[in-house]
Design a protein around this ligand. Structure first.
Ligand code: FMN
Length: 199
């Protein structure tokens, strides 16, 4: 049975990416996965202070709510991350989490001496995002950020669900097909993590 973590990165409680991720969580549970949901806005997490207290053990030295999350990030089989597009990248809540995961980057590349550019990963990530505009390049920046974030976690970016022209809270409800795609992706993700075929 796959053990998944679902992280909500929107500051909105019922935002578009939250509704999408909730459907993905339902799909993953339907497929038999165990899913823990984390709402970043409910946690007190400092930005990275760049003191490299993580250099000895790979564990961040700042004592706040990131510590509990660190253990969960290390132990899950797969991560479902949802963030709105804010200025062509992730939300501030999500970026703060990512920067604190520099401790995991240090663990992987400095302490465990993983070669740079290694293409095999032990775990997988699913990314969900939404932006208000319809530009071709809307997700270019965020995809690079997310790919390297997952890399630090020893995860490949397994799939991403990216939706344009969603702005106001609940806009995604006008697109049941997006919510259905999120449900299916969650279901398939859990199956794949469990070593089964996606369908
Ligand atoms: C601070 C901020 C920055 C934003 N930057 C962008 C942007 O660069 N491009 C874009 O298309 N939409 C941008 N948006 C709109 C959000 O991406 C959009 O409303 C999205 O649906 C919010 O998702 P959520 O409901 O899950 O929070 C921005 C919104 C805010 C509040």
């Amino acid at each position: 049975m796959a053990n998944l973590l679902a992280i909500h990165g929107s500051p909105r409680r019922k935002g578009n990416t939250t509704l999408l991720l909730k459907r993905a969580v339902e799909g993953a549970r339907e497929a038999g996965g165990t899913v823990e949901e984390i709402v970043l806005r409910d946690l007190k997490i400092s930005p990275c202070l760049e003191i490299y207290g993580c250099k000895e053990t790979g564990r961040c030295a700042i004592k706040d709510d990131f510590q509990g999350l660190y253990d969960k990030l290390l132990s899950c089989d797969g991560l479902m991350l949802a963030s709105p597009i804010f200025f062509y990248t992730v939300s501030a809540h999500t970026k703060i989490l990512m920067d604190r995961c520099q401790s995991l980057w240090v663990k992987r590349y400095w302490l465990e001496k993983t070669p740079f550019g290694k293409k095999e990963f032990n775990r997988k990530g699913l990314f969900i995002s939404a932006g208000a505009t319809k530009g071709k390049k809307l997700f270019d920046g965020v995809l690079l950020t997310v790919r390297y974030f997952f890399d630090a976690l020893d995860m490949e970016l397994w799939n991403s669900l990216l939706y344009r022209e969603l702005d106001f809270e609940g806009d995604v409800l006008k697109h049941p097909e997006y919510l259905e795609a999120a449900y299916t992706a969650g279901k398939q993700f859990s199956r794949v993590l469990d070593g089964q075929s996606p369908t």
